[in-house]
Design a protein around this ligand. Structure first.
Ligand code: ADP
Ligand code: MG
Length: 723
């Protein structure tokens, strides 16, 4: 029983384990070597190359295409634009050419219309042993031209036997095989032979339905059994499409059920401190000290937070707001709510610069209120630190702003009620978890991120969290004007900066930080600094420089000089990327901007356009830019909308690479794609929520198949739980 609970986290399904045996499909659990035609050698390869350990894994290795077996083309029809092709012909000759790494086998296949070269660089031994001159073969592969002759490298090849339709499926599956597998005679087509053998072993009862029958019929889905047979061996193209649709829906639906279970169970069962009233501090600040009217988005999120924190269950909310959407004030108002209810609160920021900035900003806003707010970072002096720790422990300090120094064990709170984590991607889950262990009842968590995440990604990667979006900027902002310039035009860019400085503005010049070569980027930065200095000589102009290698206090001093307007130019690596707020800065120049990812470019651009003046972002690049690099630059010039940029980023890079989601198992879909299957995802989410709304414990008889399936899949979660 304990195991069940462990795997499910918050769930209280104590009775499910008892049913598990009944739901397992013993045949599918067999190790892959038990399948006829596999054997130990191939089993080893299947495990290493394709992570296929069991029959079930093989069943869920879906084909990446099908070959129409009735369509055999002629060799004479191959042109340079031909892609994949299937031909039949006689093998008339082969030769082994070269040696060492260049060794290859080249064979000639001939039909009535022409001849085709077949080449092997790997698995030569296998090919030599198995291919017979004079025999007729059916060959499939991607064509290319070599010395003007058509050629297929590593073709899929088998003895030709004319295909007799006779009611048999004419679409033959082809699977993603690796070179090593092909060398062992397990090419993309032959894996299909294994799958065919496997399906023959499986009666319908071995693949039970896992979705509620009513849902399946209402949405017009094919059964799970039918889908799994037809995805491999479809009797028609329509049947294949129906199978794909069913499996995509199932995959996304099951994921949504899991995520929403975690979220709803937490809402229902976790204990949380109660902020029951809106007190005098909140009201006083709201009515008399708020420097501007809140945007509708800010108001909406604040309302969500108030509901969350008044319910008696722990809030675990992700707040996503584009750069400059005004998340800080939402945090502050939430913190005032905590103080009004007798609780302490903290903001954890990823860098000292940001912690300092929050501290300065919030202290200024709060200075007329009886609130004790402190700053704790790695560079807080020992004597001061002692006093701060005392204040936190005895409760006289109401709010604390800090870096990960806040996590240390010596930091003990009197009564911590709210933790705000700013710019979440910089903190690991384990780090954060340490913070909320500092209170008897876990404090409410508000995680703020300025990296917009496309909706589909948020739904899957963060679907277990409560989730707010601020998609509105404060009024009166002028969008930043973004242009692309070749670095040959740097001099004119500098002239432009000079003109802006004449007007009293300030400018950032950013150099890329190349992770693999910290040294190189440091040198780039230094060279850049010297170059900028030659354009802007002292004492007329003063330049701040900030980079990751500086000690914290130097970084801080340089930063503060820029913040105060004592320096006009900030030369920096991406350390200033997140959160830094200097409203007077109006120019952002990004050197080698083709080397940056979209979300990073957007973050950097967000450093300007914070005041009332028109701001500019200038993307400098060399002349050679990759196609993707060009698309990124183009996207940046075309839009300021962080959510659109995030969509583009997802499209260009795929979900696996989006910052902060890399480790999240939430995105390991076998067949669904959050880029291509948005509509199915929306449907799956709505259906999952409706189902749980009606039956959160999955106790209704019609939901039993689903409940059992979830249990049989345990250990497959790995969501990005914030708490
Ligand atoms: P971010 O969401 O990027 O953290 P900030 O909280 O730093 O944004 O806010 C950006 C700027 O916008 C700050 O100068 C802040 O004072 C200002 N601001 C926030 N909300 C409003 C509003 N409703 N009206 C006008 N200005 C606002
Ligand atoms: Mg911020």
């Amino acid at each position: 029983m304990k195991k069940c609970l462990g795997a499910f986290g918050y769930l209280y399904f104590t009775d499910i384990c008892l049913h598990m045996a009944a739901n397992t499909a013993p045949i599918l659990h067999n190790p892959i070597e038990y399948l006829k035609g596999v054997g130990p050698l191939r089993a080893d390869l299947l495990k290493k190359e394709l992570q296929i350990f069991t029959f079930a894994d093989l069943l869920q290795l879906y084909p990446n295409r099908h070959i129409d077996k009735t369509r055999v083309s002629t060799i004479g029809s191959i042109t340079p634009t031909t892609d994949y092709i299937q031909v039949a012909g006689r093998l008339i000759d082969y030769q082994i050419i070269g040696d060492g790494r260049g060794k290859r086998m080249v064979a000639i296949l001939k039909d009535a219309t022409g001849s085709l070269e077949l080449a092997w660089f790997q698995g030569i031994g296998w090919a030599q042993k198995n291919l017979l001159i004079g025999t007729e073969y059916l060959v499939f592969g991607k064509t290319g031209f070599f010395n003007g002759r058509p050629q297929i490298v590593h073709p899929e090849i088998e003895v030709f036997a004319p295909f007799k339709a006779e009611g048999k499926a004419f679409l033959e599956p082809v699977y993603p095989a690796t070179e090593k597998l092909k060398a062992r005679g397990l090419n993309g087509r032959q894996i299909g032979k294994l799958t065919e053998a496997l399906l023959q072993l499986l009666p319908k009862t071995e693949i039970p339905e896992n979705l509620p029958a009513q849902l399946v019929s209402r949405l017009g889905l094919v059964s799970r059994y039918e889908a799994l047979v037809h995805i491999h061996f479809p009797p028609s193209i329509a049947a294949y499409q129906a199978a794909v649709h069913r499996l995509k829906f199932e995959e996304l639906f099951v994921a949504q059920i899991r995520l929403n279970l975690i979220r709803l169970q937490r809402q229902k069962h976790s204990r949380g401190v109660v902020f029951e009233k809106v007190g005098t501090l909140f009201t006083d600040f709201y009515n008399h000290h708020l420097p501007f009217a809140l945007t509708n988005a800010q108001k909406r999120v604040l309302k969500e937070i108030r509901t969350d924190t008044g319910r008696g269950h722990q809030m675990n909310r992700l707040l996503q707001g584009d750069v400059g959407s005004g998340k800080t004030i939402v945090a502050l108002l939430s913190m005032l709510l905590a103080v009004d209810n007798g609780y302490q609160s903290c903001i954890m920021a990823p860098t000292e610069i940001l912690a300092q900035q929050h501290f300065n900003g919030l202290s200024a806003l709060l200075h007329q209120l009886p609130i004790n707010i402190q700053l704790l970072t790695g560079s807080t002096k020992t004597k001061e630190r002692k006093l701060i720790l005392e204040g936190l422990h005895n409760g006289s300090t109401h709010m604390i702003i800090g870096t990960h120094a806040l996590i240390e064990d010596v930091v003990q709170f009197h009564q911590l009620g709210l933790v705000v984590v700013d710019e979440q991607h910089r903190f690991g889950v384990a780090q954060r978890a340490k913070l909320w262990k500092k209170a008897a009842i876990p404090p409410h968590i508000l995680v703020m991120t300025a990296t917009p995440i496309p909706r589909t990604l948020a739904m899957t990667a963060y679907g277990d969290l409560d989730y707010s979006v601020m998609d509105e900027l404060p009024p009166g902002r002028q969008p930043v004007l973004t242009v692309h310039r070749n670095e040959m035009a740097r001099a004119s860019v500098m002239t432009f900066i000079r003109a802006e400085i004449e007007k009293g503005r300030q400018a950032y010049i950013i150099y890329p930080l190349i992770e693999e070569s910290e040294k190189l980027s440091y040198e780039d930065l230094m060279q850049g600094y010297e170059q900028v200095k030659s354009y802007f000589p002292e004492p007329k102009y003063l330049i701040s420089m900030v980079h990751g290698k500086q000690p914290a206090d130097i970084k801080e001093t340089n930063m503060q000089r820029f913040v105060k307007g004592e320096t006009q130019i900030m030369v920096s690596t991406t350390v200033i990327e997140v959160g830094v707020n200097v409203p007077n800065a109006s120019v952002m120049v990004i050197e080698s901007s083709e080397k940056f990812g979209l979300s990073q470019l957007h973050q950097l651009r967000g450093r300007v356009g914070r005041g009332n003046e028109q701001s500019f972002c200038i993307l400098l690049t060399g002349s050679k830019i990759s196609k993707e690099g060009q698309e990124r630059i183009h996207t940046m010039c075309a839009t300021n909308n962080g959510f659109l940029i995030a969509e583009k980023d997802l499209e260009l890079r795929g979900p696996g690479d989006i910052e902060g989601t890399r480790q999240s198992g939430a995105l390991n879909f076998k067949i669904a794609s959050i880029v291509d299957d948005k509509a199915i995802l929306e449907l799956a989410k709505a259906e999952a929520e409706a189902l749980l709304e009606a039956d959160l414990a999955l106790d209704l008889p019609q939901n039993l198949p689903l409940k059992l399936f979830l249990q049989s899949q345990k250990g497959k979660t790995g969501w990005s739980k914030i708490s």
